[in-house]
Design a protein around this ligand. Sequence first.
Ligand SMILES: *Cc1c(COP(=O)(O)O)cnc(C)c1O
Length: 420
Amino acid sequence: MHKYSVRCPICDEVQDSMSLACSKGHDALLRTSYEASQLIPKDLPGIWKFYDWLPVEGIIREGTGNTVTYKSEAFARELGLSDLYIAYNGYWPEKHASMMTCTFKDLEAYPTMQTLLERKDNRIMVVASAGNTARAFAHVCCITGQPLLLVVPEKSAHRLWTLHEDTSPICLVTVEGDYYNAIELASNVASKEGFVSEGGAKNVARRDGMGTVMLDAVLTMKKLPMHYFQAVGSGTGGISAWEAAIRLIRDGCFGNVLPQLHLAQNLPCAPLISMWSGNIATKGTVDEKCPKDMYDDVLFNRKPPFSIVGGVRDALQATGGRIYGIDNAAAAHAQQLFEELEEIDINPAAAVAVAALMEAVKKGTIGKNDSIVLNITGGGMERLRRDHNLYPIIPDMRVSAHDPEAEFKIAEKVAEKFQR
Ligand SMILES: *Cc1c(COP(=O)(O)O)cnc(C)c1O
């Protein structure tokens, strides 16, 4: 038996480990099943602590960080909670948190690039991103030297910095348009020969990487939490937390009740809320203005993996989950309170989850003594800026989303840059 296999949850057929969809055409997120049935942390750096439950056969040692889970005191006291744990993803030297791109997207990028490495797949990885994912993949690729094509909305380009002076493995294209335009363009380029797409929610390496947040939390808490709070755009982190919890229940050491998912979106750009409430009429017809004026536009996704088997709807149904709509004022208030009490700066997206937790407490949706994990999906960026030298990633080219030639121009640019 191999370390793991990738299967379709509908027909249970084993799939190629890199495939993004069932070979029989079932509309489902493929899932990993691991030979190891128990969570035994490995003495390896960063995310590789969870090597047994990651779909890889080797590791990228350098520059990896893992989630740090700790029991909250000040913020928990403020909310009157007795069993609140913070799953912190980011940079925070005092807590030994060293996710150097400051969000949990690091947890997706490392296993994804490792799977390419071990298959000696030298196609060019294509990543469309509103910023945080791009930064995470850029970080890994600067370490491994793997070529990377980033397609990023122009307005998000300020989020692209790295700790690496030499960014030659990266080709950065900025798009005049929104995240959705960037995704579409990237997917057109990725379908060309010599390119490979990271696959988003369909990529098991991404999901199992994000799932390590739940694994880390459970190692600290010695039990599964009753509640899991996270800010979502695509909801992939929520799916991953659910999948990790299923594995932890099978393990047998941490309880047998799935944590309830509490997923938070930023109003009014919150398509998952209308999908979950069954308002099909609003599906895909989000306010034209979105993601303008969002508290954090990394939380915007027009096409979240909602109704696909194993997607957000299934995750919410299986866990008795809830979705929260958080407006900017609530997020700002939550951010200020959290930063003051926990003494670390957090990503605006993470503040949306903090606000959802505050709302749940206020409305009595959760009990004061319930065990809770609050996923701080990003933090410590201001702190990192103070401690380290950050280099902006300079765009190689700029295209318009309306230019019918854009994908060809990008492919040409890449060929020139990487001499292919
Ligand atoms: C991407 C991101 C999220 C949302 O993640 P999902 O893919 O929707 O689970 C939340 N917070 C931060 C900081 C992010 O970068």
